[in-house]
Design a protein around this ligand. Sequence first.
Ligand code: ADP
Ligand code: 5GP
Length: 211
Amino acid sequence: MNNKGILTVVSGFSGAGKGTVMKKLMENYDNYALSISMTTRAPRTGETHGKEYFFSTREEFEQKIEAGQLLEYACYCDNYYGTPREYVEEQLAAGKDVILEIEIQGALKIKQQCPDCLLLFVTPPSAKELEKRLVGRGTETMEVISKRLSRATEESEGIEAYDYIVINDDLEACVKELHSIVQNAHNTVERRAEFIKEIREELKQFSKGAK
Ligand code: ADP
Ligand code: 5GP
């Protein structure tokens, strides 16, 4: 039995609903560990240090890079974002399915380091709905929203690098679908190599005994 957890990277346009989907996934199921990233962006109203992000200065962030304490990092709309290495490695070793909610450059770096990770791309059903969600969230100025929408246009060119696309139309349905993709990944033949070896061995012994 392969007890090591699955590393899943979830990306998607800003405003697609990734944060909302992740929150529900954590509420509905037990075996997930959500990595908390470090960022130099300012906290939004209601965000707290250590919950949504570890908020840091540029200097602190650059020290973490130097010390090799980030699994990956990227610059997104003028701010640094990065994944603290230690938590991810500990949780995977403990058998947890670890989720990184990160943008595409980071996702590609993770795939290079960990080829058996899963890359999922979450998208709203349409561009109009994306704009509606970004405006409706009410956390960014129109200037930042338009920067994020133009970034989304670029990001849409990279979707083929992902293993699955998950459309976040109905929230509950989206969460269920995401969960079932991760659970199915536990049963790929690569991940069940140990079990396959065992049953082959048992069958050999069995047929020897039957002779
Ligand atoms: P992201 O983390 O991808 O930037 P958020 O989780 O902050 O996006 O969601 C953006 C906005 O869209 C929020 O106001 C959220 O409540 C809303 N939202 C998320 N999922 C859905 C959904 N399935 N249907 C309608 N609105 C949604
Ligand atoms: P936001 O400012 O909306 O919270 O996040 C902006 C973007 O940064 C989102 O696409 C989010 O997925 C991404 N992001 C968050 N944390 C990380 C991280 O640790 N690494 C990378 N590469 N991207 C991240």
